[in-house]
Design a protein around this ligand. Sequence first.
Ligand SMILES: [Zn+2]
Length: 408
Amino acid sequence: MPDKQANGARVLADLHALRQIGAYKTGVHKPTFSEPHLRSLQWLAQRLPEAGLAAEIDGIGNVLGVSVKAGPKLLAGSHLESQNYAGWLDGPLGVVYALEAARVLNPDPTVNGSVEVASWCDEEGHFGHFLGSRSFVGAVSEADIDAARDRNSAATMREALAAAGLAGRPRLHAERGRHIGYLEAHIEQGETLESGDLKIGIVTSIVGIWQYRITFTGEQNHAGTTRMAIRKDAGLALARFCVAIDDTFPKVCGPRTVWTTGRIALDPGAPSIIPGGAEMLFQMRDADIAVIERLEEKLRSMAAEVTAQGPCSVTVERLRTGTPAMMDASFQGAIETASTELAGGKSLRMPSGAGHDAQILATIMPAGMLFVPSIGGISHHWTENTDDADIVTGAKVFVETCRKLLTR
Ligand SMILES: [Zn+2]
């Protein structure tokens, strides 16, 4: 008799097996196309036949498990590489849940259809942005791959693919209409669930990320002989602007908007020289495009005001425009029902403040995501962890959600 629910012990054993590959303290170090990353891909490819899936590793490092069972097909997965010296669950949790759903549901004759499993390459952006999932939806050209470089070593992606033995392999692309949708599980990477004693996050949308270069132009001069009254200090103008953003944005932002000045550079950046130029990289995230647009308008009007007042001028240049991705309503409903049955209803609908492959898949098919709690909200660090009991509850809800989506 096939299992009807997720097998918690099997899920934990698989996650620990992946944790052993490239272990670093209590986490892992598995940059894209590193030896431990490639070994993790092989590990998955070897397990997919247990779920009745034919495994393939494609020309960009995606692993896909393909089903020949008749009926509707649900795509599920996440990623297997990690950030540098980071946690053991960011990525593998979603891949193992998908594998478990396939192992439980695919052999079950009462389930019409099957779960197909994916591991998307380079979600963590060692070479680019979501290269694996974007390749699958047809948004990565050969020229994009030619241009991609490893941020750790400056090796080209072509060199890395050749060293991994993947050069020349075809890339797998989504077959339009094959899948009823895509479901991904992930650790929350925040503390909303833990602080509310909740077990399942039902993702409503994945934030859009908009990024800017804000440049201040003043006048470079001698730091000893130039009187304060006549200075055009671009560095000071930048610092004031940062403070002004923090004063102004709370009045116009949404409840979950976040903004960050991630890098500041002064030109020439020397102790005895008044900076003639200054630059900051600024990012804001929200699930509502109207909120982001409103904030950008504010940012530009503040810059115009500073320029008009002098003594420095400011320009705002948008570098990245990430559209928020809405998660499918029926997927959210299926996760909620499964949470009521298997997680005591301890679920919460919430936006995702982090980017995920689901936002890429959502451009071509209905998509959904569920979160499990992160202890202390910590992620992208080797101490990242989730209670075993929460991992098992999440697996049960995930498998049941897949069953509901396939049998509705
Ligand atoms: Zn991740």
